[in-house]
Design a protein. Structure first.
Length: 306
């Protein structure tokens, strides 16, 4: 019996899947990836249909040409050599949205969804009756949190900044991709610099940020998959990993409305110290410490008071 093309491709799929099961290393902060959705995502990319691993998981595999099979095999080898899956497929899922992730850019992490969900929940509870809600997102990267907020909170107008010009270009691409560019504006600038011209002091409802929070010393221990493929400035937060947090805590009240919120993602072990720094600032009232599934403080939410 002569094997059909479908049978041949099934054999190729099973062989590559087995290779990935044996050799693929998955970083702890990318637990959503596995051998099955990795080969599925790479298969779809080779077919000209870029999707994230999560999106590929439940899609039927298309038939590949011989040249596309060659591309697939090269992609698998690149993944096993340490190239991040999101850089190979140019897609990463975050809050149910497939973001475009150009090669070399910071890859959104699932753990940051806690920050986005906190902001979205806060909007729905505290500002649901407002016609226009103003949000700042600092250290926005490719626009991950800014666009998630705009997508799920329809009456928000988001202004986002990042010091990396290439990241802002990618963020603008994602805004157009999701048809959110009419409500999200991106600035290539450092922290609050570009916001000074917006005449929004004491007018912003929520300020969010997922800043770099890894100390320069710990950067030396970053896995090769991160160190060789993602921008250093997306992780390195100086000698103690706290410098950007202190700027956020200090300047945010100048822009927030009374009863507006500063909502920040923080690294493991940083939550209690940063909560104490917020408490020491008399422009803040209540502070919520929001934990992940392991009981670690990963998001701080502080309300501005009169």
């Amino acid at each position: 019996m002569v094997p059909t093309k479908k049978m041949q491709q099934k054999k190729i799929y099973e062989g590559l899947l087995e290779m990935l099961k044996k050799e693929l290393f998955i970083l702890p902060d990318k637990k959503e990836e596995n051998a099955h959705n990795t080969i599925s995502a790479l298969w779809h990319y080779a077919a000209g249909n870029p999707v994230s691993a999560i999106r590929a998981e439940n899609l039927e595999l298309p038939e590949l040409s011989s040249s596309q099979i060659s591309i697939l095999k090269e992609l698998v080898l690149s993944r096993l050599s340490g190239t991040p899956l999101a850089h190979l497929t140019e897609r990463q899922n975050f809050m149910g949205l497939d973001y475009i992730v150009p090669n070399g850019h910071f890859i959104p992490r699932n753990e940051t969804e806690l920050l986005a969900k906190t902001a979205i929940d806060t909007i729905s509870k505290d500002f649901v009756t407002k016609e226009r809600i103003f949000v700042f997102d600092l250290c926005t990267g490719i626009g991950t949190v800014a666009l998630a907020i705009a997508n799920y909170s329809k009456n928000t107008y988001v202004f986002a900044s990042d010091i990396n010009e290439s990241a802002i270009d990618a963020a603008k691409t994602n805004a157009k991709y999701f048809s959110l560019d009419h409500r999200v504006t991106f600035f290539n600038s450092n922290m609050f610099d570009s916001f000074e011209s917006l005449s929004l002091k004491n007018e912003v409802n929520i300020i969010v940020s997922a800043p770099p929070y890894i100390s320069s010393k710990k950067m030396k221990n970053m896995h090769i998959e991160v160190a060789n493929h993602e921008p250093k400035e997306a992780f390195d937060a100086g000698p103690f990993g706290l410098s950007i947090f202190l700027i956020l805590i200090s300047i945010a009240p100048e822009y927030l409305v009374i009863d507006g919120y500063l909502i920040m993602e923080c690294g493991l072990g940083q939550g209690e110290f940063l909560a104490d720094r917020i408490k020491a600032n008399d422009r803040y009232g209540s502070i919520d410490k929001i934990c992940d599934d392991n009981g670690n403080i990963r998001v701080l939410k502080a309300k501005k008071v009169a």
